[in-house]
Ligand binder design. Structure first.
Ligand code: G6P
Length: 585
């Protein structure tokens, strides 16, 4: 998703901004731009491509001045073009803006501005903000009134930073992230702490509906009615700045390899604690579990383990679907909201709907400074460190561990030896050679199906998601028993099928499905703790407590998709068209 950054300080702004944008690359983007102010002049450079490419083409980091703004764009309104890239200057060139979010009434505002003589160079909704600011600044002659008037006119979800030719910066936040980094010599305005963590770990998490006005290092935070707001400086965990690949070729690989270690830590950092979460669950009328993408797949597993191990019924809900059936939520229930970033707009919307029905919110979240953290009655931290690879890997495992810890608390008879489990996971990762060989076989394959039953079905779906994200191969998760109700028609010699087949109650039926598939000529990759000659390729997983199978299945599949991405020459860390944190609906 778009990242915005603003800088005002004692150093030359452009190189610092470019570095900040680079660190926020993981959020996903397709174009880059920087604008700076020097001697009451705004200069601006932008283009499509990666930060390093655009920088070497246009030398963004040579722009002059100690005040600037920067942006990585993830296209929503308008194609991926140089002109649509941010920053956008206003018609006079005296103001430039960067924006993350969506301006819903942009067509109406554009029309009005055009009637007033303004013209537009881009197809974006964001350019409206630049011209609206210009119009309001010309009439109010001061930045505070300009921002107040502008935010009263725009509708939607947004965070923007505006730079005025007198060197003043202003930024407003409405349901999109915006964090102020407070350094000794400089102030940052950024979508993510990674934008400034190298310079300072003092941050102010701006509230939605607030704006900041900044000149040099002096700033004021106000609400949209113009009332000054007291602010609190929080120390950002240094751990979240520790986002380097180290010796690994990619973040995704590093994050896959971090999983054995996180197993013991997940869920340990909580706000209000597991006990309270468990009390809410026990007393709830109904339990709903929501998330997007991978986090939704965790919700599917939550349903299975809550019903199997503690006889508690729960309903998984795709976060983006809830707005179309809000009546699903009964009063006085519990919503378990799962999100690595804690900023997925769909999840936050689901939380809003549930809160309206008086539900308690249990947030399972990695970023403890996120919006979802603030909205939780109980917050259970995934505690897995920064996840930079766009496709979720270690956060999925951490989510499941937190869910297992909830189940263990609800049923004292369940004992899970996490340490032993962590060791067996390390063994899977020790020798990836076989997985690398299978990855070579997938290079030319266009369709992969993944089969699983019971608790292994969500893993089939999650595996398909990983394949789509990392390799762009068409992949589909199939509940084993449904094979003969349709998908069998797709099986032929061009197809690969991954069969998730641990030694649990689903084993025999799934082996039968594998036989049926093999009879149609498709190649079979068996993920199992038992070898079988039905499998053309066998990925061995450890024999363990069956509640833990999902994690031991997904880890080798994450590796397989990672190595397949390398074979196919796609970028595993930054898949095309995807964003790490989808902060728009
Ligand atoms: C995006 C990412 C996915 C992720 C999903 C949910 O779509 O590309 O990898 O699973 O968001 O993210 P969250 O931060 O809410 O867990």
């Amino acid at each position: 998703m778009c990242s915005i950054i603003g800088y005002s300080g004692n150093e030359i702004a452009a190189p610092i901004i470019v570095k900040g944008l680079k660190r926020m690359e993981y959020r996903g983007y397709d174009s880059v731009g920087v604008a700076t102010e020097s001697q009451n002049q705004i200069e601006l450079k932008k283009g499509t491509g990666k930060v390093t490419e655009v920088n070497s083409k246009f030398q963004l980091d040579t722009l002059p001045g100690k005040i600037g703004i920067g942006h990585t764009r993830w296209a929503t309104h308008g194609k991926v073009t140089d002109l649509n890239a941010h920053p956008h200057p206003s018609n006079s060139g005296k103001i430039a803006i960067v924006h993350n979010g969506i301006i819903e009434n942009f067509e109406e505002l554009k029309k009005k501005l055009e009637d007033d003589g303004y013209s537009f160079k881009s197809e974006t909704d964001s350019e409206i903000i630049a011209n609206l600011l210009q119009k309001n600044y010309e009439s109010t002659k001061n930045v505070k009134d300009t921002i107040m008037k502008t935010v009263s006119e725009i509708k939607g979800h947004y965070a923007f930073v505006a730079m005025f030719e007198n060197g003043q910066l202003a930024a407003a936040r409405f349901h999109e992230p915006l964090i102020i980094g407070v350094g000794q010599e400089n102030i940052f305005l950024s979508s993510d702490v990674l934008g400034f963590i190298e310079y300072t770990d003092d941050a102010i998490y701006m509230k939605s509906g607030n704006f900041i006005i900044l000149k040099n290092r002096e700033f004021q935070i106000l609400d949209f009615n113009g009332k000054e707001i007291k602010h609190e400086i929080t120390k950002v965990s240094k751990e979240f700045g520790d986002a380097y690949k180290g010796d690994y070729a990619h973040f995704t690989l590093k994050e896959i390899y971090e999983q054995p270690e996180l197993i013991s830590k997940a869920g340990d950092r909580t706000i209000n604690g597991l006990e309270e979460a468990v009390e809410y669950i026990k007393n709830a009328k109904n339990i709903y579990v929501t998330g997007s993408g991978t986090s939704y797949n965790s919700a599917l597993i939550a349903k299975q383990i809550l019903s199997k191990y503690v006889k508690i019924k729960s309903e998984p809900i795709i976060a983006s679907e809830l707005q179309f059936a809000p009546e699903t939520i009964e009063e006085n229930s519990v919503l378990i909201a799962i999100s690595q970033s804690g900023e997925s707009a769909d999840v936050l919307e689901a939380v809003r709907i549930a809160k309206k029905s008086n539900c308690k919110i249990i947030s399972i979240v990695n970023l403890l400074t996120s919006s979802l953290t603030r909205k939780g009655d109980v917050v259970l931290g995934m505690n897995c460190g920064p996840e930079i690879g766009v496709a979720a890997t270690k956060s999925f495992t951490a989510q499941l561990i937190v869910l297992y810890k909830i189940v263990q608390k609800l049923n004292g008879n369940i004992t899970i030896n996490f340490e032993e489990f962590s060791e067996s996971i390390s063994k899977i990762l020790e020798n990836p050679v076989k997985i690398q060989e299978i990855a070579k076989e997938l290079k030319e394959v266009s369709d992969v199906y993944i089969l699983g039953r019971g608790i292994n079905y969500p893993i089939a779906i999650e595996s398909a998601l990983k394949l789509k994200e990392l390799t762009y191969i068409h992949a589909e998760g199939i509940p084993g028993g449904e094979l003969k109700h349709g998908p069998l028609a797709l099986m032929d010699t061009d197809v690969f099928v991954i069969v998730i087949n641990p030694n649990d109650s689903t084993y025999t039926d799934t082996l039968t499905s594998a036989r049926e598939i093999k009879a149609r000529g498709a190649k079979i990759i068996g993920v199992s703790d038992i070898e079988s000659d039905i499998y053309d390729y066998w990925i061995k997983i450890p024999k363990i407590n069956e509640i833990l199978y999902p994690i031991s299945e997904i880890i080798p599949i994450q590796l397989l998709t990672y190595y397949s991405a390398l074979e196919k020459d796609t970028d595993p860390d930054y898949p095309r068209n995807l964003a790490k944190s989808v902060t728009v609906k």
